[in-house]
Design a protein around this ligand. Structure first.
Ligand SMILES: *[C@@H]1O[C@H](CO)[C@@H](O)[C@H](O)[C@H]1NC(C)=O
Ligand SMILES: *[C@@H]1O[C@H](CO)[C@@H](O)[C@H](O)[C@H]1NC(C)=O
Ligand SMILES: *[C@@H]1O[C@H](CO)[C@@H](O)[C@H](O)[C@H]1NC(C)=O
Length: 295
């Protein structure tokens, strides 16, 4: 009897600690992610389809708070850094999150379905050995909206050309274990840019978790301009003046359109004075393939 009490005390403490495990502990317990490569043939049936957004809170979906308030001329990190700390956990920010992997640096991802997260393919660890991943929406010094482990990821098979045209195919669609989009996060709609109508207008948004700002809080930019969008194929990659550094990779380029948010690309590679977002017909086709395999 004398021994039982302190042992129970220790067990109770352990139980309390494991009730709120750290994101790293959750990631360590995550299963290996199944890699699914998509060929052009597998993508073909799903080409040219836009997908509708969903807000779990209808009173927020018509809000116009994202209309650009400034018209910036300089957008390079070297000049003016236009990234702003953006703590809001409300939709649409509930649908953007920090992606961590069992090896390699963190990235940013966007909910584009009830359990589908768009990011950049370059974020994924080496495909030659197993790895796990976790998505934490609206991450702010911790998982304030919870999180979910990845169970599968769709990536292009042999679609990847080199150079700038390769950025177009720098996409990955992660499937989560839980449909957190239905209740906690909502998701962005997705559609391909109309390069004729949507180029050279400073009205695009981006959110990400920049490593140079600590990597644990979301930063937003507004009034981003897409300067080229048909360099390799209609709709991709998207060349922009966004400020993007490590940690923001995979993060969304999105538009506010009459109260709805649409994802048009994921932060990919940068060059002096410009940053590219992965986008293009194959990415949008792959969304349909991912929905079909994992509803
Ligand atoms: C929706 O958002 C508004 C504004 O933030 C909030 O007052 C309201 O409680 C939310 N409703 C639900 C159902 O989450
Ligand atoms: C793209 O926008 C232009 C100019 O607004 C329009 O004429 C054209 O029909 C649009 N293309 C598509 C495929 O919607
Ligand atoms: C927004 O709605 C108005 C009126 O319904 C329509 O004329 C306009 O084309 C819409 N804009 C976009 C970007 O969908």
């Amino acid at each position: 009897m004398i021994l039982t009490t302190p042992i129970l005390g220790v067990l109770a403490l352990v139980a309390r600690v494991s009730a709120a495990p750290s994101p790293d502990a959750l990631l360590a317990r995550a299963p290996p992610v199944q890699i699914k490569t998509l060929s052009a043939t597998q993508i073909a049936p799903f080409l040219n389809k836009a997908n509708a957004p969903f807000s779990p809170n209808s009173s927020l979906s018509a809000r116009d708070s994202e209309e650009p308030s400034d018209r910036l001329t300089s957008r390079t990190i070297v000049g003016t850094d236009n990234r702003v700390l953006w703590p809001s956990p409300d939709y649409p920010y509930s649908a953007v999150g920090k992606l961590t992997f069992s090896s390699g640096p963190a990235c940013t991802g966007t909910m584009i379905g009830r359990r589908h997260v768009a990011t950049a393919k370059q974020c994924l660890p080496s495909l030659s050995s197993p790895w796990s991943a976790r998505f934490a929406p609206s991450y702010y010094d911790g998982e304030r909206l919870g999180g979910s482990n990845a169970i599968a990821v769709f990536i292009p098979n042999s679609l990847t050309p080199v150079g700038v045209c390769g950025y177009k195919e720098d996409w990955a669609i992660i499937v989560l274990a839980d449909p957190i989009g239905d209740t906690a996060t909502g998701w962005f709609g997705s559609k391909q840019i109309n390069c004729t109508a949507q180029r050279n207008i400073a009205n695009w948004f981006h959110t990400g978790w920049p490593a140079d700002k600590g990597g644990n809080r979301p930063y937003r930019q507004e009034a981003i301009t897409v300067t080229r969008c048909d360099e390799c194929a209609p709709g991709g990659p998207l060349e922009t003046d966004a400020d993007v550094l490590a940690g923001q990779t995979g993060g969304p380029l999105w538009l506010w359109e009459n109260g709805s948010r649409y994802l048009y690309g994921m932060a990919s590679y940068g060059a002096v004075g410009r940053n590219y977002f992965a986008s293009g017909p194959n990415f949008y086709g792959a969304i349909g393939a991912a929905y079909s395999a994992y509803p």
